[in-house]
Design a protein around this ligand. Structure first.
Ligand code: ADP
Ligand code: MG
Length: 630
């Protein structure tokens, strides 16, 4: 504050008891004694402005020596006072006999003085004190406030001060920018003017502001302020001596960013989970190998299924521990190690978990490179194509078979007419008179053989023709037809056939299909008796033990090699064969399906002992199957 004079409401100033006493009485010795003890300075001046008395404090503040009393005038002693407000006031007191109060800076002593001047009978009395320290403290406070305001103006946070009545007493530049954007003026306005009903209820603003105002605790929170701001704020409310101070910041951008980041993260997580699931459940074997030793680093479910080893065991194993054919991995190993990708490589091998079974795979390898371009790992996608390869071969085979069948049927059709002609001719020839007895017997033999030929031809034809309606046949009819076909082969391979039928019941079935089943069973039996043996075919009435249905059971038994337990476990699998190129492994698989369609059952027992060896297949067919409608 500028050095100068402050007017202290002189009109209202009233003399104190001391001043009244001073004014009323001449200074007695007693009074002087009292005055000397006063903390305030006291001076008396006569009408010629000579200082007639100064108490101890008065002398100290005015730097008066005792010899200067009753000598020089006040104006000689304090020339700096001449022409100042102080002089004017003193003269008013002296002349007009009024009381004056003032505060002023006295430059020669660099002090602030607060004084009251009162008229007394001998002149005037001055009661005063040194208030320099008080002034300095005030100055400091003002300076501090100014500095603080400068800081507040400069900060990027909004700062607002509210009094106890919730009215704004201060808003910094940023607070005005944020809150007075629409041109309104907030100073002296109530904070709550800005809060519509909608955000009043249960609003974090209300809750926290009241807490700070009433409980005098600081609160920090983030909240969304809807219309008209539509922004997120981060606020800190601090209790002040007279209300509260708000620090706030617009965090809408960072909130948006945060939300975007969160959404992005969730999306990434989702994609990752999706990929994980696809990887795990893909119907293709997927694996990751290390580039040096080809050890499994990661495998999916299918890969582990294909090689028959649980994923946790497979991890860390080398590829050679899994497959038997090492040459091919060595070959691709070099190529992949150089960073080359390998596509659609057909790889045939036995697996160590299933020796004796050649499996086909479509293999794809791609190197995974690091930033330096080095091969760090190798990813593999493996599709098992064993079934496909077998199916391909079987298709070729069955195409051939079908062609043969068609050929056979057209042949049998073609030869039927000449056969009939020959039969008739033979009959006529037999009727010729004078035929030697010998010739007649030859003709009769020829007629028998011809009958067999004609029967085979007709049966072949019937065999080929596909029926689309079930028909009624007896077990004997079914079995005989098949045995007839094999009669020649059976005889040549030294197999003795024993057929017997203890049933005459006719069953409803697709005749050709059931013949195909019997055909499979008998040809399997023949395959098992390469060096001869005995084939038993029997049929008898039977009952399904589970359903109580009546039916027929046909038994086909051989004294062949029998089956190992491994073969017994797998013989109904498609493409399972122990005959390499002579079998396609489809016979029993198809047979079982035909039998199931007829609601029948196909069971077997087999033994490989030295004395007792062979296989028995039992085929049960119900007389009337509900599934087949005649
Ligand atoms: P394929 O005859 O083409 O091999 P199948 O499905 O008819 O196919 O038979 C599967 C396998 O079952 C045969 O390869 C054979 O090992 C075994 N098998 C079937 N019947 C007999 C049998 N009577 N005696 C010994 N093994 C048999
Ligand atoms: Mg077979």
């Amino acid at each position: 504050m500028k050095p100068g004079v402050e007017d202290k409401q002189k009109s209202e100033a009233r003399p104190s008891a001391l001043e009244l006493a001073v004014m009323a009485a001449d200074v007695t010795a007693d009074l002087r004694w009292v005055l000397d003890k006063l903390p305030d300075g006291v001076l008396f001046m006569d009408r010629e402005w000579r200082i007639t008395y100064a108490n101890e404090t008065g002398r100290a503040i005015s730097r008066l020596k005792p010899e200067e009393l009753n000598g020089p005038t006040h104006w000689e002693l304090f020339p700096a006072a001449i022409g100042t407000e102080q002089e004017q006031r003193y003269r008013r007191v002296m002349e007009q006999r009024v009381m004056e109060e003032l505060e002023f800076f006295y430059p020669p002593f660099q002090i602030w003085v607060h004084l009251r001047a009162v008229p007394i009978s001998s002149g005037i009395a001055v009661i005063f004190s040194d208030v320099t320290e008080l002034h300095q403290a005030q100055d400091e406070a003002v300076k501090l406030t100014t500095e603080l305001q400068q800081v507040f103006e400069a900060t990027s946070d909004g700062v607002a001060v509210l009094n106890r009545e919730w009215r704004y007493t201060y808003l910094n530049r940023r607070a005005k920018e944020i809150l007075e954007g629409d041109g309104r003026k907030l100073l002296d306005q109530s904070l709550w003017n800005m809060f519509p009903e909608t955000i009043y209820d249960g609003s974090p603003f209300v809750e926290n502001f009241y807490r700070t105002m009433n409980d005098r605790v600081a609160t920090t929170f983030e909240a969304y302020y809807p219309e008209p701001f539509c922004r997120w704020f981060r606020l800190e409310a601090q209790p002040s001596l007279d209300g509260l101070v708000l620090f706030f910041r617009d965090i809408t951008r960072s909130k948006q960013y945060e939300a975007e980041l969160l959404a992005e993260k969730a999306e990434t997580e989702r994609q990752k989970a999706e990929l994980e699931a696809v990887y795990r459940t893909a119907p293709v074997g997927l694996a990751l190998f290390d580039a040096k030793e080809f050890r499994y680093l990661r495998v999916n479910d299918r890969q582990s299924e294909v090689v028959g080893i649980r994923p946790e065991e497979l991890l860390g194993m080398r590829i050679e521990d899994v497959v038997m054919a090492p040459a091919v991995p060595n070959l691709f190993r070099e190529r992949v190690a150089k960073g080359e990708a390998i596509r659609d490589m057909l790889y045939e091998t036995e697996l160590r978990t299933r020796p004796g079974e050649v499996r086909s795979f479509n293999v794809n390898y791609s190197p995974i490179l690091d930033e330096a371009g080095e091969v760090r790992a190798i990813s593999a996608a493996v599709l098992e194509v064993t079934q496909l390869r077998k199916a391909e071969r079987a298709l070729v085979q069955s195409e051939k078979l079908a062609a043969v069948g068609r050929l056979a049927s057209s042949i049998s059709h073609e030869i039927n007419n000449p056969l009939e002609a020959i039969t008739n001719l033979l009959y006529l020839a037999q009727g010729v008179d004078r035929l030697p007895e010998e010739a007649r017997s030859y003709l009769s033999l020829a007629q028998d053989e011809l009958a067999r030929v004609s029967q085979i031809a007709t049966q072949t034809l019937r065999f080929h023709r596909q029926a689309n309606k079930p028909s009624r046949v007896t077990a004997a009819q079914l079995v005989d037809a098949v045995l007839n076909l094999f009669a020649g082969r059976l005889l040549n391979s030294g197999i003795h056939v024993e057929a017997g039928y203890g049933t005459a019941v006719s069953i409803l079935c697709f005749e050709n299909d059931i013949r195909q089943v019997l055909n499979n069973l008998i040809s399997n039996a023949m395959d098992a008796m390469r060096t001869g043996g005995r084939l038993f075919v029997r049929a008898h009435d039977a009952v399904n033990s589970e359903t109580g249905e009546a039916g027929v059971k046909i038994i086909v038994a051989d004294t062949g090699t029998g089956m190992s337990s491994c073969t017994q476990r797998r013989l109904f699998e498609p493409f399972f064969t122990t005959k390499e190129l002579n079998g396609n492994g489809l016979g029993l698989w198809i047979s079982r399906q035909i039998v199931e369609r007829h609601c029948g059952r196909l069971t077997f027992r087999s033994a490989q002992g030295t004395l007792l060896h062979g296989t028995v297949f039992a085929l049960f067919l119900p007389c009337e199957s509900s599934e087949l409608q005649a």
